[in-house]
Design a protein around this ligand. Structure first.
Ligand SMILES: *Cc1c(COP(=O)(O)O)cnc(C)c1O
Length: 351
């Protein structure tokens, strides 16, 4: 039995609807592992949400979502000339490219003369994006008439709010560039609801398109439960050896073999075990799990977060359960704490 994400469907959908209602122009973002749900499942929600555009991370992700929704597909990773080929898929007309360097625009239009695109302005993120001056110089070549494919300006901000001054400056850059009518759409990422409302009020002539992933799909964590299954249980005496590395048990207890391993993204987070060499030495005699180098796992057994008996295997993990704790039955389900954007579940059950 697998590592499972169980979704309280009613609660999850209520949250999605709430976000969509609060954020006109919402562009849901589906990328990577699909925030734990899978790209296809998220793509199938787009029409239901009433959205006309889905954001994806990379060009490689397009085929998986394109067959599952009819929306426009905004690629968040900027287009680059290397590896570019003329579009062939039937859905390529739905793609909206991100152009983050002035020289990439003519190169894109050469490969795909009918391309639609947003121009990305650089922000304090310093990831991608052209300067205000580059945007102005580019627009100056158009003579006030926006090119047919231009869909607006994109800005990607750091997390955690406090962006209003920066956004204001960026909007001024876009205005100063005089991109022409048809380009008065601002595609923004990581603005708070308050910041978005402010922007809509102060720049009523711009259409604001918030691109949201985490706060949409993962915004109501109480709708989500992650469980693993107990696959096996073995009593172990102190000093007995176990595992790939022939470690010896620091204390008597049980080895609990559970579903979920490195292939699922289990155990990738930094272990919390600490302690100096001296602290280790002084507790070693007492059979301390810290001293034995057993690090905290994300699994809970009998109400407590337990240690890995050894580093996670590819699809299963071994936990050490000290004697005294209630031993779970084979087949029991255990709570697991995971990072949703870094976990591949075996099963997603929308209940
Ligand atoms: C991933 C991404 C988003 C969505 O990010 P969340 O934090 O998941 O909402 C928005 N914009 C860009 C450019 C991104 O790369």
């Amino acid at each position: 039995m697998p590592l499972t994400l169980t979704v309280d469907g009613e609660r999850w959908r209520a949250h999605l609807r709430e976000v969509a209602a609060a954020q006109p122009g919402l562009v849901p973002v589906a990328k990577g592992n699909g925030y734990g749900f899978g790209l296809g499942r998220l793509a199938r929600r787009v029409a239901w949400l009433g959205c006309d555009t889905l954001g994806v991370g990379t060009y490689e992700e397009l085929p998986e979502v394109a067959t599952r929704c009819a929306a426009d597909l905004l690629v968040l990773t900027p287009w680059r000339p290397y590896g570019a080929t003329a579009p062939q898929d039937t859905w390529h007309r739905r793609v909206v490219h991100t152009v983050s360097r002035p020289q990439d625009l003519p190169a894109l239009l050469e490969v795909d003369p009918g391309a639609r695109y947003v121009l990305e302005l650089g922000t304090s993120m310093r990831r991608h994006g052209m300067s205000g001056r580059e945007l102005r110089d580019l627009a100056a070549t158009w003579g006030g008439v926006a090119p047919r494919g231009l869909r607006g300006v994109a800005v990607h901000l750091p997390l955690a709010g406090g962006h209003l001054d920066e956004v204001e400056r960026l909007v001024q850059e876009a205005v100063a560039a005089d991109l022409g009518a048809g380009a008065r759409t601002l595609w923004v990422s990581h603005l708070t609801s308050t910041e978005l409302d402010r922007l809509r009020t102060t720049h009523g002539d711009f259409t604001i398109r918030p691109r949201i992933g985490t706060d949409l799909w993962l915004g109501d964590r109480d709708a989500l439960t992650v469980t693993a299954t107990v696959l096996d249980v073995h009593p172990i005496a102190r000093g007995e050896t176990y595992g790939y590395r022939g470690r010896s048990a620091p204390r008597a207890g049980h080895l609990v073999v559970v579903s979920g391993g490195t292939a699922h993204g289990i155990g990738l987070e930094a272990p919390l075990g600490e302690g100096s060499v001296r602290a280790r030495a002084s507790t070693l005699a007492r059979g301390s799990l810290d001293a034995a180098g057993l690090v905290r796992s994300p699994y809970t057994v009998d109400g407590k977060v337990r240690r890995f008996a050894e580093p996670p295997h590819m699809q299963a993990s071994m936990l050490f359960l000290p004697s005294g704790a209630r031993v779970p039955e084979i087949g029991a389900e255990l709570p697991v704490r995971v990072r949703y954007t870094a976990t591949t579940f075996d099963r997603v059950v929308v209940a």
